[in-house]
Design a protein around this ligand. Sequence first.
Ligand SMILES: Nc1ncnc2c1ncn2[C@@H]1O[C@H](COP(=O)(O)OP(=O)(O)OP(=O)(O)O)[C@@H](O)[C@H]1O
Ligand SMILES: [Mg+2]
Length: 235
Amino acid sequence: MRIRTGVLGFDDLVQGGLVGGRVYIIAGPPGSGKTTFGIQFLIQGAKEGERGLYVTLTEDPKNILQDMSSFSFNLKKYALAGMVLFVDMGPLSIQDFGGLKDRSGIKETYAEEVFKKISAIVRAKGIKRLVIDSVITLKFGSGNEEEQNREIARFFRSLKDLKTTTLILSEMTDLTNYSPEHYLAHGVIFLHNFMNGNNMTRALQIIKMRGTRHDCDMHRMEITSEGIRVYPTKV
Ligand SMILES: Nc1ncnc2c1ncn2[C@@H]1O[C@H](COP(=O)(O)OP(=O)(O)OP(=O)(O)O)[C@@H](O)[C@H]1O
Ligand SMILES: [Mg+2]
């Protein structure tokens, strides 16, 4: 059975929704709709009785709640009902981690620490849908690039074992420069916003979605007071 995302028009592009229990990347430049996509996904879950968790690594959850209040999907209601939970793991990164942390001989990386905390909440609260905003800080924890890649690979592997349906938001501005996480994810969705003459054009593109029939074209996308809406038409 497919997992409905709650993003209007999106599920029709991917045979009815996402395959559950997998890890997906939502990548895009600033303001392209990554957070909105993630929140719509969690609200859809809440409507279906599935509890969701939004993990912030770079932002205070209060700001997310405030920004999302301009939409009509009423995030606050689901947050107050305990169906969409927020956890701020940002402070971990800056104060506690200047790389590897030594704890009585056991070296634990930032990504491992984040995963442990997520995993505890997922188990305690019965989380079915997970959004991680965003992947960029997970890379700061380790030293060289090779080490970072290994750490990200381990993090993805652990997330897959969690069995939640997970969206990882990724600030990607150079859409030709694929990072390791794009290979590790089951699916990769790009959100575009670019100037077309004097107008800002938004588009959504499914770069990959394992086990799913889809096209790779850029579909017209809008952000309205109802949230993101994707159209079958191409840009
Ligand atoms: N009520 C609304 N109606 C229409 N568009 C809106 C509304 N509220 C926000 N937007 C648009 O949605 C965009 C916000 O998208 P969102 O915060 O999801 O992007 P993001 O990719 O997460 O950005 P960042 O990289 O900065 O975190 C805003 O920049 C604005 O253009
Ligand atoms: Mg955001």
